[in-house]
Ligand binder design. Structure first.
Ligand SMILES: NC(=O)c1ccc[n+]([C@@H]2O[C@H](COP(=O)([O-])OP(=O)(O)OC[C@H]3O[C@@H](n4cnc5c(N)ncnc54)[C@H](OP(=O)(O)O)[C@@H]3O)[C@@H](O)[C@H]2O)c1
Length: 347
């Protein structure tokens, strides 16, 4: 019998602190085969996200199979499933994939073509891998959930909480491009500078009350708030500064809060404020009828990058993709102080 082809990968057999070399290990596993609408992708670069930390910690490790993480990939289509219509072998693509499936920290990876997009031509693989998960989150949050127009006509304002992080760095650019006045929160000189460099008109500190800081820069209220960090910590402050009939979108659920307590929803009542959640894995996890919107979104994003209207959010490259470098990247992310995105390239 012929042995099936193998490939390199990085994964975890159980949850261990990152200081333990067994927390993420180098593996040699079976190369997958595409079926249906799946693409088999040769992975060139991957990025890390808080989702990796959360899945590594909370995955139900059962049996002998390791868990492969990684939900940001840039690579080349090697083979297509029999029902694929959007891509062909040789195409360069980027995508986040689905948290319900194995992640992309492997030499080859399967992804449904409806959630992959054409890699921006002007970026290399590492610069492209920095973008998909955070960009889909920002795009869906701003345009699908908050319902912001791509061409805001009158002067409207948005407060982006956690503006220097992975999601904030692209959300700030997208909000600015749509025509909003952007106020980003950042707490350190380097994150303040990064936030301004990515288009924020103003910055305030997320560790102090928002209202007096906003007043100082000329705002009584803001029309929209995009909360990219602890929703419980910031809830009362958000309720305080959101405009009557304004909208708040959060991407961080209450159970991820470092603060005790729950959301006092009545704080939003008298102003008739809308609170909406965004999870970028909803479309892929539930195979929603409109999941192909993420393909369209990534293609539009690539066009905006290639036209010079948006820039990559990559801040640091590590090479090669192996367990030691992945542990290093997870450690940096675990501090909660990341600026932009950390990317690993080449196996
Ligand atoms: N729902 C979704 O689809 C989705 C998608 C992506 C991410 N997420 C979640 O969204 C959060 C952000 O993700 P990310 O990738 O942007 O993370 P990240 O890159 O690790 O964010 C780091 C940034 O957070 C800022 N920060 C630290 N403490 C803060 C606080 N108390 N309040 C406000 N900002 C604070 C830091 O700014 P300073 O250094 O200036 O303090 C830093 O620049 C994570 O919890 C992640 O799990 C959800």
């Amino acid at each position: 019998m012929i042995n099936p082809p193998k490939m390199k990968a990085v994964g975890a057999y159980r949850y261990l602190p990152l200081s333990d070399p067994e927390s993420l290990v180098d593996l040699y596993i079976e190369k997958p085969v595409p079926t249906g609408r799946d693409l088999l992708v040769e992975v060139k670069a991957i990025s890390v996200n808080p989702a990796d930390l959360s899945v590594r910690e909370n995955h139900n490790y059962e049996g002998e199979s390791p868990k492969i993480l990684g939900w940001d990939v840039a690579g080349i289509v090697e083979q297509v499933g029999p029902e694929c219509q959007l891509f062909k072998p040789g195409d360069e693509i980027f995508y986040a994939g689905s948290v319900a499936r194995s992640g992309g920290n492997s030499e080859f990876h399967l992804v449904d073509e409806r959630i992959a997009g054409n890699k921006p031509k002007s970026l290399d693989f590492a610069q492209a891998a920095a973008l998909p998960l955070t960009s889909i989150t920002a795009w869906e949050g701003l345009f699908d959930r908050l319902g912001i127009s791509h061409n805001v006509e009158e002067s409207q304002s948005i407060l982006i909480i956690g503006a220097a992080g992975g999601v904030g760095s692209i959300a700030t650019q997208l909000a600015k491009l749509a025509g909003l006045t952007v106020i980003g929160t950042a707490s350190r000189p380097e994150s303040i500078q990064w936030t301004k460099d990515h288009g924020a008109d103003f910055t305030i500190d997320h560790n102090s009350p928002f209202a007096p800081q906003l007043k100082e820069i000329g705002f009584e209220t803001v029309d929209y708030i995009f909360c990219l960090n602890d929703t419980v910590q910031h809830f009362a402050n958000m309720a305080d500064v959101i405009a009557p009939q304004g909208k708040i979108c959060s991407i961080v659920p209450v159970n991820k809060s470092a603060w005790s307590g729950s959301l006092e929803m009545d704080l939003l009542f008298s102003k008739s404020v809308t609170l909406v959640w965004e999870l970028m894995f909803t479309r892929s996890m539930y195979q929603t009828r409109d999941m192909i919107k993420q393909h369209d979104m990534l293609n539009q994003l690539a066009e905006l990058i290639d036209k010079g209207k948006l820039k990559t959010t990559l801040t640091e490259r590590l090479e090669p993709i192996n367990a030691a470098n992945l542990r290093l990247a997870h450690e940096k992310l675990e501090t909660g102080r990341a600026i932009g995105k950390i990317v690993l390239e080449n196996f």
